[in-house]
Design a protein around this ligand. Structure first.
Ligand code: IP8
Length: 261
């Protein structure tokens, strides 16, 4: 059985320059692309994960600048805000005929002392078996030590891909893929392929020759180390480009970066 994990970046679903703004037109299109794919290939299993966008990131930043820490007030409020974003996405997806069930991250995931995620994967697997498309998201979670942590949707995506032995992990972002240097530099080239182990060598041996990607992109890549399997297809591509998510789901050629171990 083929399992696909699709991470929708926060900047795809939200306009990150404005707090609490949703890209409604984009969401409608994405919902139709996913729905079309699932109708054509109903045997495929899909998990959707989304980022915090201008909801979670904005709210967390507000609490951190106000109090310097994430306390219980931050926990309950950010959780509520993220659930609101997720519910909005679910409305579009369910309207398009996708059998979405929101699995609120904070009630399914905890973090232990070693920063290892404790995830109830049996629960997720049973939803998949029943033909549901589980949806999770970057969220605030509790730790076994009593602290409150941000868990990124990227972390969750890699972790679930690894634990559930996903065949494909798709990162729909707001850029075309991984660039050799900052995308806005004139000499930046889009990398068709990137091996995580070679990226690590560059980090270890020469600080200056490291791929100059944005913090978000770099973290996205770093988190794949130890989670990527040779059998796992991993793509980073532009989800704002019409039809690209559908093509990625269908294994059709697309503009983007293939990530290798
Ligand atoms: O956008 C962040 O998730 P991400 C979640 O996937 C929060 O990194 C609550 C800021």
């Amino acid at each position: 059985l083929e399992l696909i994990i699709l991470k929708l970046g926060g900047s795809v679903i939200c306009d990150k320059s404005k707090p609490f703004s949703i890209r409604r037109r984009v969401l409608r299109r994405i919902a139709n692309e996913i729905s079309k794919f699932l109708k054509e290939e109903p045997e495929k299993k899909l998990i959707i994960i989304h980022g915090g966008g201008s909801f979670g990131h904005y709210a967390v930043q507000e609490y951190l600048s106000l109090k310097g820490i994430l306390d219980l007030e931050a926990l309950v409020n950010v959780e509520r805000i993220m659930l609101e974003l997720s519910t909005t996405l679910a409305d579009y997806f369910i309207d398009a005929g996708i059998p979405i069930s929101i699995l609120t991250t904070h009630s399914l995931v905890m973090i232990d002392d070693e920063r290892e995620l404790i995830i109830n994967t049996r629960y997720i697997e049973q939803f998949l078996r029943m033909g549901v498309v589980p949806m999770m998201y970057g969220d605030l979670i509790i730790s076994s030590k009593g602290s409150i942590k941000v868990v990124s949707g990227d972390t969750l995506a890699w972790e679930l891909a690894y634990r559930l032995k996903a065949n494909k992990l798709l990162f729909a972002t707001s850029v075309d893929g991984v660039y050799s240097s900052k995308p806005e530099f004139p000499n930046a080239i889009l990398l068709n392929e990137l091996s995580l182990s070679s990226m690590i060598n560059k980090v270890t041996y020469s600080e200056t020759s490291v791929y100059d990607v944005t913090g978000g992109m770099f973290r996205k890549l770093i988190e794949g180390i130890g989670k990527i399997r040779p059998s796992m297809k991993v793509y980073i591509f532009n989800g704002l480009r019409a039809g690209e998510i559908y093509r990625a789901l269908k294994d059709r050629p697309l503009k983007g970066t293939v990530i290798k171990p």
